[in-house]
Design a protein around this ligand. Structure first.
Ligand SMILES: Cc1ncc(C[n+]2csc(CCOP(=O)(O)OP(=O)(O)O)c2C)c(N)n1
Ligand SMILES: [Mg+2]
Length: 794
């Protein structure tokens, strides 16, 4: 389909009206950045910044989208540096108060990059770390496909991503495109803002042809919006094809040099540098430099009709994702257009004044919305109505039990217990429908096989199984509740993030559970951060972890992941040692996700966000936990386990004089060594309480809460309840953790006692557990020596 001569786009849109709207969008986006830099005094001398050129580059595309293409259920991810355009459009549509316009990058104001959790208007996808927000809609569409298959079709949405061309350098983009889990998502539309510039430079060479082939090879439909109407008309003239060939084969650096000032010689000389005679002859008719520049930089990314045609062509391909390469000019319509250093450039006040005047605006009217009496104003009002989403349906809370009643009479690892808990939950009709698991090719080796056997693997269409494996039924079909990914931890966290936002983006709460080998949490860390910053709620199990997976060696042994879990906001980090504790903690995590997912829109809920369980394959004797259970009773023990720690061994029970001489605080797989050390110390007459830290994160947060309270109210902080319960007396402490020693070392400060922290602070190697524990001072003998050292520090 092509744009008719009457100037109507694919959607029957009056392009003159859209043109007027986009001029206002460009103005507002430019002025939003200008106001942030020139109207506010921050008092700190730090440059505020903002991106007028990156914004201008997408003004036409976003005007076409929001004012002529999108429907209410559609979801859009906006390139980070185009946030001013997004907010300008939301303002024009009446979804953002005028008072916010001068607040870009101010505290409590418009965020520098679109943020689901911090912006005042509704942002579908956060962006900022390039590549991640770009890929997110693809996974949101995968989550929608899953939701539709399991819970009935929602009103159809298109999942749109507006992506900078240099974002395609990020590997996670191609991991997302290549994964079979994203195959055939016909409701996905990516629009690449091909302005041939990144931050520092003109993107070298001509990558587009290669990128297009990569998309095609992955089964995508590819559209180009490359040449504007004037250029197309020129190509149609005799000799015009030579002009086209010349531009097509021109490297980005050469083409980009046609913009802005041309110090050596004219634009024409530059353009024709090295050109064949035919092109020279064709251009001989073009009188002025200006005319030539205007012609050869007439790109379809700024042609509203051409863009709408391209979008319509994508809609006509419902069976696969589409990508539009929209050729644009960075800084389009601004004095900095195409300048190689324009990424962070700002218009001068004089230039802004000139622009305001050119548009017929004044200081009094510059922030106005379009006059509702004009055609453009009426068009915007109609679009506002069109884009207003129907009220959300209510989301009843999923009833997750307090526990599955998991017990084990034999030694068991937390990884194995995790697999059994999931199988038990898959038998619970109230919970099972909402569970969805995913793993990057490690489902069986992280103990998801039991769940997969019961619930199957998701595939949009039933697939014949060729496997005769009695232990693992890999049955694939639309009822399956496990989504298998290729080996991409980025994809794992992006998918978990979008499954964890399905309550919002697809109106269906889910309980997503992902697994990953713990060291490779770091491989997906930026996507992990992205997803939890976006407000997603999911559970991830990092397993196996630490040096306790001993023979696997240094490349598979995680050391800093516990610190990551502890420090990451919106994530609760949990590392239990015993199966029954894991059961309580895991069910508790799902409960809190279910409750938060069910909260009415706009309500603030006290929540933990997502959960990160760090697990192990080291089986340990469950007897000590049972004894603590007998001693404390289920109600008290469960409360302490959930709060972050409990007394596994109460030496006061055995010691005659009551108070302990030393605390041994262990976390995770090392508890048997800690217990052995405590027993030996007792033999030496040194009473040692053993504390099992189930969530260093929760204890740390409790401590920080009371500290901050003290700081803010200038009062002496107290020791928080969770810590006081398990460490009631002042005694030196030894912390033991199969993770960096730093993770638990704050306990000494929190309790105001001498502390010795044992942990893994160098890279590991292959060996038996005992070899490695000895090498890293996690064996009982080292723990005893650490206790003596701690006692000597008193
Ligand atoms: C992961 C990540 N690395 C680096 C940056 C810093 N950065 C911001 S924009 C940019 C260049 C982006 O170029 P492009 O995607 O082409 O955007 P545009 O030309 O539209 O501004 C870079 C490197 C970032 N935001 N995220
Ligand atoms: Mg670019």
């Amino acid at each position: 389909m092509t744009v008719t001569e009457a100037g109507r786009g694919a959607a029957g849109t009056d392009l003159a009206v859209l043109e007027e709207i986009q001029q206002r969008v460009l103005w507002l986006a430019t002025r939003i950045v200008d106001a942030a830099n020139h109207d506010r005094d921050t008092g700190d001398g730090v440059k505020v910044g903002g991106h007028q050129a990156s914004s201008a580059s997408l003004v036409t595309v976003m005007t076409a989208l929001y004012f002529a293409y999108l429907d209410a259920p559609d979801k859009v991810s906006v390139k980070p540096h185009a946030s001013p355009v997004f907010h300008a459009i939301q303002y024009l549509l009446g979804n953002l108060d005028r008072g916010y316009l001068p607040t870009l990058r101010a505290f409590g104001g418009l965020q520098s990059y679109p943020s689901r959790t911090k912006d005042p208007d509704t942002v579908d996808f956060s962006t900022g770390s390039v590549g991640l927000g770009a890929a997110a809609p693809l996974f949101a569409a995968a989550a929608r496909r899953y939701v539709d298959a399991h819970f009935g079709a929602r009103p159809p949405s298109r999942f749109v991503a507006l992506i900078g061309d240099a974002e395609l350098d990020e590997g996670n983009i191609w991991e997302a495109v290549a994964d079979p889990a994203t195959d055939g998502l016909g409701n996905v539309l990516w629009i690449i803002d091909v302005n041939r510039q990144s931050l520092d430079r003109v993107v070298p060479g001509m990558r587009i042809a290669q990128w297009e082939q990569q998309f095609r090879a992955a089964g995508w439909h590819v559209e180009e919006a490359k040449y504007g109407r004037r250029l197309q008309a020129a190509f149609a003239r005799p000799g015009g094809q030579s002009l086209r060939a010349w531009i097509d084969q021109m490297p980005n650096e050469h083409y980009q040099s046609l913009f802005g000032p041309a110090p050596e010689g004219s634009v024409k000389n530059r353009f024709l540098d090295g050109a064949p005679d035919e092109v020279r002859r064709f251009c001989a008719d073009i009188a002025s430099d200006q005319d030539l520049a205007a012609l050869v930089t007439d790109l379809a990314g700024h042609d509203l009709g051409a863009l709408l045609d391209a979008f319509a062509a994508c809609d006509a391909e419902p069976g696969r994702p589409s990508v539009v390469f929209a050729y644009t000019v960075k800084g389009w319509g601004l004095p900095m257009a195409g300048h190689p250093r324009n990424h962070s450039a700002l218009l001068t006040t004089a230039q802004v004044d000139e622009m305001r005047e050119r548009l017929g605006l004044t200081g009094a009217t510059e922030w106005d919305r379009l006059d509702p009496m004009t055609r453009a104003g009426q068009w915007v009002a109609a679009r506002r109505e069109h884009l207003t989403a129907a009220a959300r349906v209510s989301r009843p809370a999923v009833a997750v039990p307090d526990s599955t009643g998991m017990r084990s009479g034999r030694p068991i690892s937390t990884q194995e217990a995790f697999g059994r808990i999931l199988v038990d939950l898959s038998r619970d009709d109230a919970v099972a429908p909402y569970l969805v698991t995913t793993a990057p090719d490690v489902a069986t080796s992280t103990n998801l096989a039991g769940f997969i056997n019961r619930k199957g693997v998701f595939s949009p269409a039933a697939r014949r199984s060729w496997s005769e494996d009695a232990l693992l039924k890999w049955a694939e079909g639309p009822e399956g509740q496990h989504i298998e990914l290729g080996i991409s931890e980025m994809n794992l966290f992006l998918l978990l993030g979008q499954l964890g936002l399905a309550w919002d983006l697809s109106g269906q709460p889910l309980l997503p559970v992902g697994t990953v080998y713990d060291p490779f949490v770091l491989r997906g860390l930026d996507a992990f951060i992205y997803s939890v910053y976006s407000g997603a709620r999911f559970v991830v199990a990092g397993t196996p972890s630490g040096i306790s997976l001993a023979p696997e060696g240094g490349a598979h042994q995680s050391t800093i992941t516990a610190s990551v879990g502890l420090e990451l906001p919106n994530v609760t980090f949990i590392e239990p040692a015993y199966a029954a504790a894991l059961d309580w903690l895991f069910c508790g995590a799902l409960q809190s996700i279910a409750v938060a997912n069910a909260a009415p829109a706009g309500a603030t809920v006290a929540e933990d966000g997502s959960y990160y369980f760090r697990l192990t394959t080291r089986g340990i004797d469950q007897g000590p936990f049972q004894r603590a259970r007998d001693r404390l009773g289920d109600a008290i023990l469960r409360r302490q386990v959930l709060a972050g720690g409990y007394r596994l061994v109460d030496s006061a029970d055995a010691a005659s004089d009551g108070s302990p001489a030393v605390y041994l605080a262990g976390c995770g797989a090392v508890l048997p060594e800690v217990l052995a050390a405590a027993a030996e110390l007792a033999d030496e007459g040194i009473a040692a309480h053993v504390v099992d830290i189930t969530s260093a994160d929760r204890l740390y947060r409790a401590w920080q809460r009371t500290l901050r309270q003290g700081v803010r109210t200038a009062t002496a902080p107290s020791i928080p309840g969770a810590l006081r319960t398990v460490f009631p007396d002042r005694a030196p402490i030894v912390t033991v953790h199969d993770a960096a020693s730093h993770t638990l070392s704050w306990l000494g400060s929190a309790l105001g006692v001498p502390a010795v922290s044992l942990g893994v602070d160098t890279f590991g190697q292959s060996g038996a557990v005992a070899d490695l524990y000895r090498a890293h001072d996690l064996d009982a003998g080292s723990i005893i020596n650490a206790a003596l050292a701690a006692l000597s520090l008193r």
